[in-house]
Design a protein around this ligand. Structure first.
Ligand SMILES: Cc1cc2nc3c(=O)[nH]c(=O)nc-3n(C[C@H](O)[C@H](O)[C@H](O)COP(=O)(O)OP(=O)(O)OC[C@H]3O[C@@H](n4cnc5c(N)ncnc54)[C@H](O)[C@@H]3O)c2cc1C
Length: 527
């Protein structure tokens, strides 16, 4: 309940003021200021966001262990499951710890979008959607993150993304939809969607591989400390403390500890301590377990963290709750097929092909919540399915109308302005030039001439934390002096330095799976 209250959005944005990162409503900033004062005092004084901080200095390594495990993995999302699948070699005991009562973290509720420049079905060629390459994907990713991503890590992600996708198809029974999208910040059609249209399609495939090889998942079990004698470069990780209910146990880690505990979007105190502009009033798309204590435990034994202030807003969340449900993925998939974003005045306000941070800032700058995505019947099979849209209409998420005038009436936006906006966009598309926002047009885009027409309301919500633990290309955690910490690995959203200032949509799944697999393989060599 408290969490819900803390994350409640400030309601309609009325007036904007400048902030170094972006413009934000005055009301949201003012409301944030009171909470920020508290967070600043408690958060900055200790610069710690989570439990165990006070006793950290007094912790003493246990003299005896309750259990020994070869490879312990913390977190049961894409990264943890992938690490487990690779760490399971003959004779090795591999255990995934998950603090929540169910497996999957943010991964299982994710929108099901996976970027890869190719796949074993060669969808891009089949659908005649132009060219792509590992380098093109790499360059888009670096540019999309303002070149804060480390090129050697980005290259691993983009070059190995198709292999990760094919691994799930071949070994986990993953099935893809026969569609391919070009999404914000990407210069090619490379965003794949699983048949389920939600991350569960991938988590189930990887879980099948991991459990098939003998990995065990322990639910309701939280990592509460990491044991390392001191932070000298030669000193390995010894073990961990875990908690199940009110029972505490110490576990000796024989080969390696892999941290795959995800991001900290739900950790308001941690968010505030690194980026006060992401005020508590923003909604959040994440599951409640997306908190940052594991980053703090790793820092307490010498791990380095980087780029912690880079926190992404998802521009297309449900405006009142911040939920990223199935309908909320359509505005993300649509730009490559001609979807148009309009504000409450019925006008376009941004280049729809832009990255998430640019779209979010443009939405906030409109000064009035929400904004809308507009598409027509012809675009539906390119972005999803008729069944999904019908369900969305029944839930009140999508609005359908036979004419643009009727759609405007239902959205309560000025019909004449809206019709002129759409007619101008149709003209720009026909002429191949957008004099207003510089949208890049492709042959695959569809003009909004024939109805029925559809709309969905959208507004930014806190979504992804790009910063986290520093790793090298072997997924080893690097300490504050630049040395790998023996027996400690990390992968997925808990790491930083890959996506830079802004993650391109669809890049997180390949990041988690590619680096999760690398961590799993190397964990076996570590012990
Ligand atoms: C709604 C939503 C939709 C998204 N859609 C997409 C998309 O379509 N494409 C894309 O590429 N990306 C998408 N993303 C981003 C992507 O899903 C995440 O970055 C990714 O799932 C992170 O995976 P992970 O394995 O690193 O962590 P997670 O999947 O979050 O798993 C981490 C797990 O660790 C557990 N944990 C944390 N601390 C502890 C502890 N102390 N002890 C034990 N367990 C702990 C958590 O409870 C959690 O279950 C989406 C994100 C959200 C929230």
């Amino acid at each position: 309940m408290k969490e819900k209250e803390e994350n409640k959005q400030s309601g309609e944005a009325i007036e904007s003021i400048s902030h170094p990162n972006f413009e934000i409503s005055r009301r949201a900033v003012l409301q944030g200021a009171a909470a920020l004062g508290v967070a600043t005092i408690s958060g900055m004084a200790l610069n710690l966001a989570n439990p165990a901080e006070a006793e950290a200095a007094n912790r003493v390594m246990p003299k005896k262990w309750d259990e020994t495990i070869d490879v312990v993995i913390v977190g049961s999302g894409f990264a943890g499951l992938s690490a487990a699948a690779e760490a399971c070699v003959k004779g090795s005991k591999v255990v995934i710890l998950e603090k929540r009562p169910t497996y999957g973290g943010n991964s299982i509720i994710n929108g099901g979008e996976f970027n890869a420049w190719d796949d074993e079905l060669h969808l891009r060629k089949q659908l005649n959607l132009g060219e792509d390459s590992p380098d093109q994907h790499k360059n888009d990713t670096l540019k999309g993150g303002d070149n804060y991503g480390f090129p050697e890590l980005v290259e691993i992600l983009t070059s190995k993304a198709p292999e990760a996708l094919n691994w799930m198809i071949d070994n986990g029974g993953l099935k893809l939809r026969e569609i391919l999208n070009r999404t914000g910040g990407h210069s090619a059609y490379r965003t794949h969607t699983c048949v389920e249209g939600v991350g569960r399609g991938y988590t189930e495939a990887i879980k099948k591989i991991a459990e098939g090889k003998g990995a065990e998942i322990r639910l309701n079990t939280a990592l509460t400390w990491i044991w390392r004698k001191d932070s000298d470069a030669q000193t390995p990780i010894e073990g961990i403390e875990i908690q199940t209910g009110n029972k505490t146990k110490n576990i000796k880690v024989r080969k390696a500890l892999i941290l795959t505990s995800g991001g900290f979007s739900r950790d308001i105190k941690m968010r505030q301590s690194f980026n006060p502009s992401i005020v508590p009033e923003f909604n959040c798309t994440n599951q409640p377990g997306a908190t940052g204590e594991v980053i703090r435990y790793a820092q307490a034994v010498g791990a380095d963290a980087l780029q912690m202030a880079f926190i992404q807003l998802y521009p297309y969340a449900e405006p009142e709750t911040g939920i990223l449900d199935t309908p909320a993925v359509y505005p993300f998939r649509g730009p490559g097929y001609g979807i148009v974003y309009v504000n409450k005045m019925g006008k376009r306000f941004v280049n729809e092909m832009e990255r998430r941070d640019v779209v979010s800032m443009a939405q906030i700058k409109t000064g009035a919540k929400p904004t809308y995505s507009i598409f027509n019947e012809e675009m539906i099979p390119k972005m999803g399915t008729k069944e999904e849209v019908e369900k969305g209409i029944q839930k009140g998420r999508f609005i359908r109308a036979e004419t643009l005038a009727d759609l405007a009436a239902q959205l309560q936006i000025p019909a004449d302005v809206f019709q002129e906006t759409i007619s101008n966009h149709n003209k720009y598309l026909a002429e191949g030039k957008d004099p207003e926002f510089g949208r890049q047009f492709t042959k695959a885009m569809i003009p909004l001439t024939n109805g029925p027409f559809y709309a969905i309301a959208q507004w930014p919500a806190v979504h992804h934390t790009m910063g986290g633990l520093r790793i090298d290309k072997d997924a080893q955690v690097i300490d504050i002096w630049g040395n790998p910490i023996q027996k400690l690995f990390a992968a997925g959203e808990v790491t930083g330095g890959i996506h830079g200032a802004n993650r391109l949509g669809g890049n997180a799944i390949p990041d988690c799976i590619v680096f999760g697999r690398i961590a799993g393989v190397n964990a076996n060599k570590a012990g």
